[in-house]
Design a binder for this molecule. Structure first.
Ligand code: CMC
Length: 428
């Protein structure tokens, strides 16, 4: 805390403590505002509300900056692996070689799924959305691994178990939904290679591992690994604030991520591009529709609550997209439409004035398609990537000495008090 700001309410001055972050972001603490003044603040969507202090991720939306524990995302995407980045987010420091070897062993040890869990999968209706299945399966882990303690060792165990099992669960749900035999994890493969093998290996057509594809998947998951107080992370913190277990809190995060305004946008972008391709809709017509205030249509993969110049993840994703498509020799007509759409939107006054730029989801679907991931699994891919962020934020919130149950206030706009009306006297 460094100093105070004066807030004048109905002619009276109140001093609110100022909090300054390590990169100079400013806030004033209003926790006593209601008690002192009778007022609350009103901020639907929380655009001006800081719900916590956090040392995990730093974003500057005006400058297009994203750093995990201080390290720029560009460096992590170039030099790190997803497992190493997960360790960094959760533990706050980069691992030593010994740490990495140990986590890799534990990730292998925890990679199998309880046989009874496989029975669950079989009973989900055909065409169930994989995000609904994933959320339910992760929530159910608590029943299979019911450790009660919350000491450091137990949390480490839960954390690694979750990071390991989520990819097995995701690959398994894909295989079962297609009526294919489950492929079990292999101890000789890295985290990302193991996932690809569980997804695509088959007795008739063994999966050929491509180093560039494995690298692309590492980068995809690194770019998604955390994003400070976004909708799903806020959900994890809010649910966790009731002192619910880690698995249930993460399950809530998965549910929040599912929505098309959040993680579901990567699916929505591809559906939009496919629709444009199938119906041969001119790009300028799409841009016009996105600007029409009488229509609900938005240009999916555009805009962000925080980034107002560019999304640094989108820049890396676009480069990666070109590399993967070239390497796999894929000529995807949707990439051409995406590039034309981006060009049209970026030169349109509506998008310029509202600072609407391509976000991480704009190009990510094209990479996932090229790798062979079906569209309805895209948001599951985002969820696997975001898991280390959710976990680190959950741990940080539970260790915060000011950890309180999240319980916002409201401004009531309903009926004034009126008396109960007996049924025979109603609506005559
Ligand atoms: N297409 C057309 N207009 C848009 C778009 C868009 N994609 N995004 C925002 N606008 C307009 C919006 O209509 C509003 O106009 P006005 O001020 O005239 O009412 C203005 O821009 C501000 O929009 P907002 O909804 O108030 O902004 P927000 O910060 O609440 O929403 C957003 C951010 C990401 C939900 C929104 O930009 C959006 O819906 N984008 C499309 C969905 C999408 O790509 N989501 C992925 C986000 S990145 C991945 C993640 O982290 O989840």
């Amino acid at each position: 805390m460094t100093g105070f700001v004066d807030v004048v309410i109905e002619g009276k001055t109140y001093q609110m403590p100022v909090i300054i972050g390590s990169e100079g972001e400013k806030a004033f603490d209003i926790t006593k505002l209601r008690d002192q003044t009778g007022y609350i603040t009103h901020d639907p969507g929380f655009g001006s509300t800081g719900s916590c202090s956090s040392s995990i991720t730093y974003m500057d939306g005006d400058k297009g900056i994203l750093r995990y524990r201080g390290i720029p995302i560009e460096q992590l995407a170039k030099k790190s692996s997803f497992v190493e980045t997960a360790y960094l987010l959760i533990n706050g420091i980069l691992p030593s070689q010994g740490d990495l070897n140990e986590i890799r062993t534990l990730l292998n040890d925890y990679s199998m799924i309880h046989e009874n869990m496989q029975d669950f999968f079989k009973h989900f209706p055909r065409d169930s959305h994989p995000m609904g299945i994933l959320s339910a399966m992760v929530g159910s882990l608590r029943s299979f691994y019911p450790e009660m303690q919350n000491d450091e060792e137990a949390v480490n165990k839960k954390t690694l178990r979750l990071i390991s099992k989520i990819r097995t669960l995701a690959a398994m749900s894909f295989r079962i939904s297609r009526g294919n035999k489950v492929v079990y994890p292999r101890h000789d493969l890295s985290y990302c290679a193991n996932f690809l093998n569980m997804m695509f290996d088959g007795p008739v057509k063994p999966y050929t591992m491509d180093e560039d594809v494995v690298r692309a998947l590492n980068v995809f998951w690194i770019l998604h690994a955390d994003h400070e107080q976004n909708c799903s992370t806020a959900a994890v913190r809010v649910v966790g604030s009731a002192q619910v277990n880690l698995y249930a809190s993460i399950s809530a995060g998965i549910a929040a991520l599912w929505g098309p305004r959040h993680g579901g946008a990567n699916m929505a972008v591809i559906r939009m591009l496919e629709d444009i391709a199938e119906r041969n809709i001119p790009v300028d017509k799409i841009v016009k529709m996105a600007k029409d205030k009488n229509s609900d249509f938005r240009l999916m993969g555009f805009g962000h609550r925080v980034y107002k110049t560019f999304d640094p993840r989108a820049v890396i994703m676009k480069e990666m997209c070109d590399i993967v498509l070239k390497k796999l020799n894929v000529d995807d007509p949707l990439l051409d439409i995406a590039k034309r759409l981006e060009e049209a939107a970026l030169t349109d006054p509506y998008f310029i004035e509202k600072n609407l730029y391509p976000n991480v989801d704009f190009y990510s679907g094209i990479i996932l398609r090229a790798i062979g991931i079906p569209t309805n699994m895209f948001t599951v891919m985002f969820a696997i990537g975001r898991l280390p962020g959710w976990i680190s934020q959950w741990i940080e919130s539970t260790e915060d000495p000011r950890w309180k149950i999240a319980r916002p206030r409201q401004i009531y706009t309903g009926n004034k008090k009126y008396d109960y009306i007996p049924i025979e006297a109603r609506y005559i």
